[in-house]
Design a protein around this ligand. Structure first.
Ligand SMILES: Cc1ncc(COP(=O)(O)O)c(C=O)c1O
Length: 440
């Protein structure tokens, strides 16, 4: 937990730009294996966040190490722009096979969910000749100029949304400010009035609103959205960056809603920790023009080989089914904790994407103050577990362990959270200790 000036925490503070950080506790990693991160003093922290889902197979998975080592020791170039390479092509073949869709389709590669959503926006505009977009309040599609401009997260209010953007409320079954029908009526009204649908290129959908509070949409809502968009030639883009590729209990989270997206965006867990994103969609859209969305090292053989190892492991070991089983166990564990901890207002999610909504009262469902959530994150870290909070009121614990998490690790995590909730209720954590960790 080192506070001395030579500790990793202190060296980080003196060197790393804060604009690239979002810290929830003083955890600093020297290494990691499986579901654990290792601190400088050797303490092992159970990572129930999986680095915000990027570490889909945990840390140091043998298949990923092998793939990276092989690709790096006989490196087929460093750029897909000018030279095809085997790992990039093979991964594209597997991604196309794993992502159902009609007709000829293609794969585009980037480095992050942010750049993939940017590319999806640009190519959707080019394909449709339209310049407007629809997305949801609370959505997080990225932190680059484009993806940020269509995000609806409160953390993005330091920048302006894109002109012409329509932000719809994401219906929340637990705190139903707007019902699914009301949101659909808002969309219809937008189409009838200030947003003629023929101006809209695409709608960006998170199949579970993740950073906006781990909200699962009401049944039928996304289908109804898709239907309306289809009618008007508006492309449906599914942002599977956070909860895709097995985490939800199905390979694609949009499959829970039987959606048929035009384009699907992958990131985070695809690389198992390596920087890679992918956009899968129709050839007539993604073959728009050469050099239209290029980045030198995108699709490089090392990251694509790692991602292919991740995808093969997820499919071959049926990790979506395992996520469904483990997620059910973990959610049941949280439901049990709720019997003793009044602060737990709702436990929701799909598979190993679990949200624990914290309330001051179960009757009013009023969110706890952000300091309370931050104290829970902090105390859990002190007791040996790492996870983060999400939600527009900063009151939802986001639990997204690696897809490879074991039953024993789930029990360990639940036990830590049980003790954490008791300790925070007793006032064990001071306000000062969490001041530095309430950054969104
Ligand atoms: C749904 C979703 N889309 C896109 C992104 C952006 O991904 P990245 O941070 O890898 O650029 C995120 C990141 O949190 C996300 O949750």
């Amino acid at each position: 937990m080192g506070a001395d000036k030579n500790s990793l925490v202190a060296r980080d503070a003196g060197t790393i730009a804060q604009i690239m950080t979002l810290r929830f506790n003083p955890l600093a990693a020297k290494g990691g294996s499986g579901s654990y991160l290792h601190e400088e003093d050797g303490r092992r922290i159970l990572d129930l966040s999986a680095s915000a889902t990027a570490a889909s197979l945990g840390y140091g998975h043998p298949a990923v190490i092998e793939a990276i080592t092989k690709a790096a020791s006989d490196m087929a170039g460093a750029s897909l722009l000018m030279i095809p390479n085997e790992p990039a092509t093979a991964l594209a073949e597997s991604l196309l096979a794993a992502t159902p869709g009609k007709g000829e389709r293609r794969v585009w590669y980037g480095h992050s969910g942010s750049d993939a959503n940017d590319a999806a926006m640009r190519v959707a505009s080019a394909a449709t000749g339209r310049g407007r977009f629809i997305s949801f309040i609370g959505s997080y599609h990225g932190c680059l100029a484009g993806s940020m401009s269509i995000s609806g997260h409160t953390a993005m209010t330091h920048t302006l949304p894109r002109p012409g953007l329509v932000l719809l409320p994401y219906p929340d079954p637990f705190r139903p400010k707007f019902s699914a029908d009301e949101v659909l009526a808002m969309l219809d009204y937008q189409f009838e009035t200030t947003c003629p649908p023929e101006q809209v290129a695409a709608i960006f959908i998170e199949p579970i609103l993740s950073d906006g509070g781990l909200i699962v949409p009401p049944e039928g809502f996304m289908q109804a959205i898709q239907e309306r968009c289809r009618k008007h030639g508006i492309l449906v883009v599914l942002d599977e960056v956070k909860v895709g590729l097995g985490r939800s209990g199905k390979l694609h989270a949009y499959q829970h809603d039987n959606l048929e997206p035009d384009m699907v965006v992958f990131g985070k867990g695809l690389g198992g920790g390596m920087p890679i994103s992918a956009l899968v969609g129709p050839a007539e859209i993604l073959d728009h023009a050469p050099a239209f969305a290029i980045q030198t090292t995108a699709g490089n053989p090392v990251c694509t080989a790692a991602a292919h190892a991740v995808l093969n492991t997820i499919i071959d070991e049926d990790l979506p089914a395992q996520a469904a089983v483990m997620g059910a166990k973990m959610s049941a564990g949280f439901a049990k904790l709720a019997e003793r901890h009044e602060i737990i207002g709702d436990v929701r999610g799909r598979g190993l994407a679990i949200g624990v909504d914290l309330v001051t009262s179960r009757d009013t469902r009023e969110p706890v103050p952000a300091t309370t959530t931050a104290k829970i994150i902090y105390r859990a870290y002190e007791l040996g577990a790492n996870f983060i909070y999400v939600g527009l009121s900063a009151n939802v614990l986001e639990i997204t362990p690696p897809l490879t998490v074991s039953e024993a690790e789930i029990e360990e995590g639940l036990d830590i959270i049980d003790r954490t909730l008791s300790d925070v209720a007793k006032g064990v954590v001071s306000d000062e200790s969490v001041q530095a960790f309430m950054n969104w």
